[in-house]
Design a protein around this ligand. Structure first.
Ligand code: BV8
Length: 241
């Protein structure tokens, strides 16, 4: 059930800011971070694998986890929630889409100018220089940088690493400047991404959470829409259009 006040707020909005998390890709078949890890990595928490320390310790093991995720993402398609957000951008005056996901599914659903807050699975960087490198990444072991021979890592933001300057600047501006803020499919546990909702509300935005279940931040939102994003987002777009 989408609150009519939320529909009206979006219709009247000059700027809508949407932040998505792993839950929006769940119906495409991508396991979320909170679900038990699978296969080789089932004994490891993502927080322990997605770190520079883990990569330094065992680059090939961490590399294989990302390769497995790239292969999985390559086999799936965006779902109705991704498509709904892409069409919402054509319905409202200005929409800023910030995603914590690294799967590129928003872009494949037609969203443009997506802010990839935590980078992208399909970009590779030199572990030492940080620059993007063009390597064959469909191999079992972490490649070597063609320039300096250091190991190559996935172009994602790991725990303990800063958010790319452009992404954080654009996201803070959008959260502080929007009239409506939507948090979709995120457990709101990872910062600074999880702090964007509060920044939006501190600046007068109406904030709504779209999730399967309540999260630690649910009580701070103006609206909480419970349900699968693949159902609730298309319903929202239908009502707003
Ligand atoms: C930073 C990319 C500082 C990699 C990710 C010690 C040192 C430094 C920092 C910290 C520290 N201790 C804590 C921190 C802060 C840390 C943090 O927040 N830790 C947490 C664990 C407490 N943050 C950081 O480290 C960040 N950097 O602080 O840097 C700094 C500053 C300057 C200079 C240097 C350093 C960087 C964090 C980025 C980590 N990288 N991803 C990769 O993908 O491998 S995080 C990763 O996890 C995701 O990107 C996402 O952000 C997060 C998972 O969250 P969700 O997306 O919400 O997914 P989750 O599974 O949790 O939840 C899914 C939700 O969907 C659920 O609520 C579920 O109910 C719902 N759902 C499921 N199905 C559906 C659905 N909803 C709707 N429909 C459905 N069908």
């Amino acid at each position: 059930m989408i609150p009519s006040k939320l529909v009206e707020a979006i219709r009247d909005a000059q700027h809508v800011c949407v932040v998505t998390g792993a839950g929006i890709s769940a119906e495409s078949g991508i396991p979320t971070f909170r679900e038990a890890q699978q296969g080789l990595w089932e004994k490891h928490r993502p927080e322990d694998l997605a770190t520079p320390e883990a990569f330094s310790r065992d680059p090939d093991f961490v590399w294989q986890w990302y390769r497995w995720r790239r292969q999985l993402v390559s086999k799936v398609a965006p779902n109705a929630a991704h498509v709904a957000i892409a069409s919402l951008a054509d319905t409202v005056k200005t929409l800023t889409l910030i995603t914590q996901n690294v799967d590129g599914l928003h872009q494949r659903a037609g969203s443009r100018d997506v802010i990839e807050f935590h980078g992208n699975l399909f970009v590779n960087r030199c572990f030492v220089e940080g620059v993007i490198v063009d390597v064959d990444d469909d191999i079992e072991t972490a490649p070597y940088c063609p320039a300096c021979a250091a190991r190559v890592r996935p172009g994602v933001v790991w725990f303990g690493e800063g958010i790319p300057a452009d992404a954080i600047q654009r996201s803070l501006a959008a959260a502080a400047g929007c009239d409506v803020f939507l948090a979709v499919g995120t457990s709101s546990q990872v910062y600074p991404a999880a702090g964007l909702a509060e920044l939006a509300q501190d600046n007068g935005a109406c904030a709504a959470e779209f999730n399967l279940e309540p999260t630690p931040l649910s009580s701070q939102f103006d609206h909480c829409v419970i349900g699968k994003a693949g159902t609730t987002l298309p319903e929202l777009v239908e009502l707003v259009s």
